[in-house]
Design a protein around this ligand. Sequence first.
Ligand code: ATP
Length: 224
Amino acid sequence: MKTVLEARNINKYFKKPVLFHVLKNISFKVRQGEFVSIMGKSGCGKSTLLYILSTMDTDYEGQLFLNEELVTGENREKLSHIRNKYIGFVFQFHYLLSEFSVLENVMLPAKKLGEKSPSQIEEAAMEKLRILGIEHIAQKRASRISGGEKQRVAIARALINDPVIIMGDEPTGNLDSYNAENVFNIFKDLSDNQGLSLLVVTHDKDFADKTDRIIEMGDGEIIG
Ligand SMILES: Nc1ncnc2c1ncn2[C@@H]1O[C@H](COP(=O)(O)OP(=O)(O)OP(=O)(O)O)[C@@H](O)[C@H]1O
């Protein structure tokens, strides 16, 4: 199976207010179709790690591979392209543009990538909305839909460029248990049936227990 993400000996230091070794020799792989969760106490370094893995933070030691390509050391423009093409993001707060329609929100990352015509992008966006069972709300304003629908729109938006991996930072953190389970089931289906990889930071033990593998962090290290 292909490796879609590999962290090799990642170390990170915060230099202020005092030198702090926040990530210590983090190494792991995520293979195609794997659904992996990251757990650990508050402050152990999960968000800092996700920031590096998603190519947003380049100030670290070690190597990061995405889709079997070394991305460490690439310039800002190339990283932005890699991020847009290979990674889909789902956060605790959906960050939808409330004045835009659902369809427009889902289309945005594809417009940014600029590899398809507007009609191809619209077709792809409708396809993602169909997969998530929310085709009927395509023309609604994002401000007028429910919390569970918003998170599904955020997932459709994360899928629009056919990424190899979805990264989530507490994607169910703001949802009730019914909608949290829905999001889990969508992720599970994407991993089992579409071969998509998922890497999700979560505090939700029930959610993590159902994923293929839990990476447990403690004090900046992988401890299990
Ligand atoms: N910019 C920064 N400068 C200095 N220290 C930082 C900075 N950002 C985070 N830290 C510290 O690094 C450690 C790891 O923070 P991080 O946000 O990665 O933890 P976390 O595991 O994601 O926590 P939570 O579960 O609460 O979100 C914490 O001790 C935090 O205070």
